[in-house]
Design a protein. Structure first.
Length: 378
């Protein structure tokens, strides 16, 4: 089953160039204001801000310093002196949702981009133009595809990058086709009509405000779309501890959002987009548990690695890794691709230890702050 899923992913991403030759982007330049919330982001925010300022689609950047305790405020003030189209807002810490909504008060353009302080949006690409095209064709909000930022990254981000981009493209495209909208508009890259975001504001009632916002928009009948032609680059976690904390936040937040949006679960969107995500997890847990149990019970424990990771699976993962390697121009990703199974088992473990508890209680731990690394050209 796992090999089949990966094979379908590989075939899909091989057909990716055909998608890239479809509709052209919008050329409505300088029509987007970008909001960048920042809490202790001094190490990476400069490149993020300047990439946005150099992007032809951006009219103005609003950076909201959300009560940072490091040098973020000084970095932003220095940038503001260099760039007249950068507005810096300092505030007491409210959380990401509060920072974004405060930034919305300074928006003057008809469209607003929400992105993160660790996210690189290539200044010379037409990615934002493709998001803008989705909105000009009737969407109320459109999301880009988050890939991995590898410049300055360590081993774990490279492992994550081996399959992340192809698998996200596959899942989001299928979700949009079957469920009518993607699973979420990532906080790393979401474009909105300003009036929509004012009517349906972001909140900090969960630690996954982007997922909560997406599901709220869908439930209220807004049209949410995704463009696989807008690719941005977000930082991954360099340590196992940070990775565990981040995935714990994602998974518990997902569970809590299911409690917050129960009426959405039985809609087309819920049946084909929300529920398959969790059902695949528990199918995988059951499948691997039965396989391991039966193999050990029958006395074939030595054959377990071959049964869990057959040659066909290794080949398919390396094929997907090849697609990622070409995109990132880093061919060492190919032999690393099978190691990405770590993230599969990480999600299984967190669902069993934390996700079910979050689903039952609706309680989330304090939001963690991922470690950052300096954004450099990779």
């Amino acid at each position: 089953m796992m090999s089949l899923i990966f094979l379908l992913a590989a075939l899909f991403v091989l057909a990716w160039p055909l998608w890239l030759r479809r509709a052209p982007p919008s050329y409505n330049y300088e029509s987007i204001d970008a909001i960048v919330p920042a809490f202790n982001e001094e190490i990476c925010i400069t490149k993020t801000i300047e990439d946005l300022l150099w992007n032809a689609y951006i009219n103005r950047v609003i950076a909201v310093n959300d009560g940072s305790t490091d040098g973020t405020a000084a970095v932003l003030d220095a940038l503001a002196k260099k760039h007249k189209y950068l507005t810096v807002v300092h505030q007491a810490n409210t959380g990401k949702g509060g920072a974004l909504m405060n930034g919305l008060n300074y928006v003057e353009s008809p469209y607003v981009l929400l992105t993160d302080a660790d996210t690189e949006i290539p200044s010379r690409s037409h990615g934002l133009g493709h998001l803008l095209r989705e909105i000009e064709q009737g969407a109320d909000a459109a999301g880009g595809i988050p890939a991995s930022s590898l410049g300055g990254a360590g081993l774990l981000p490279h492992i994550r990058a081996t399959v992340k981009l192809p698998m996200i493209i596959l899942k989001r495209k299928l979700q949009q086709i079957l469920g009518g909208a993607p699973f979420l508009i990532s906080g790393a890259c979401g474009l909105f009509r300003v009036e929509v975001l004012r009517a349906v504001p972001l909140t900090d009632r969960t630690n996954v405000e982007d997922l909560d916002l997406t599901w709220t928009l869908v439930s209220k009948g807004y049209k949410v779309r995704q463009s696989i032609r807008c690719i941005v680059y977000s930082q991954e976690c360099n340590s196992l501890k940070s990775e565990w904390l981040r995935w714990r936040r994602w998974i518990i937040g997902y569970a809590v959002c299911m409690r917050l949006h129960p009426r959405l679960l039985l809609t087309r969107y819920g049946v084909f987009t929300i529920m398959p995500m969790i059902l695949l997890v528990f199918f995988g847990i059951g499948f691997f548990s039965c396989l391991i149990g039966a193999t050990v019970f029958e006395g074939h424990a030595r054959q377990l690695p071959i049964m869990l990771f057959p040659a066909s699976w290794l080949i398919v993962t390396c094929l997907i890794g090849t697609i990622s390697a070409i995109h990132h121009r880093s061919f060492r990703l190919i032999p690393m691709a099978p190691l990405a199974v770590f993230y599969l088992f990480l999600s299984y473990g967190i669902w069993l230890t934390y996700g079910l508890f979050g689903l039952a209680t609706g309680r989330e731990p304090t939001r963690d702050k991922p470690e950052r690394y300096a954004n450099v050209v990779g």
